[in-house]
Ligand binder design. Structure first.
Ligand SMILES: [Zn+2]
Length: 76
């Protein structure tokens, strides 16, 4: 007798926990509740991409540079 094992994954659309067979890892599955197609074990969103933070810092640096530049060109 062979047991099939499952893992739990939250549906990104309806938020319910779904039991997905391990053999479906990395494959497309359908949520039984809202019929959304998603890839097994990939939809777990954790944190946002660091790109946002980086761009904010770059913007700030840009502003600082611009301000420094501006003070240099102060007419005498
Ligand atoms: Zn769903």
């Amino acid at each position: 007798m062979s047991k099939s094992s499952y893992f739990l994954q939250e549906c990104g659309t309806c938020g319910r926990s779904l039991r997905i067979r391990v053999e479906y890892l990395g494959k497309r599955v359908v949520c039984q509740h809202c019929k959304t197609h998603f890839r097994a074990a990939e939809a777990i969103g954790r944190g946002e991409s660091p790109v946002k933070v980086e761009s904010v810092i770059l913007k700030r640096a840009d502003q600082l540079l611009a301000a420094a530049d501006h003070s240099k060109h102060r007419p005498r």
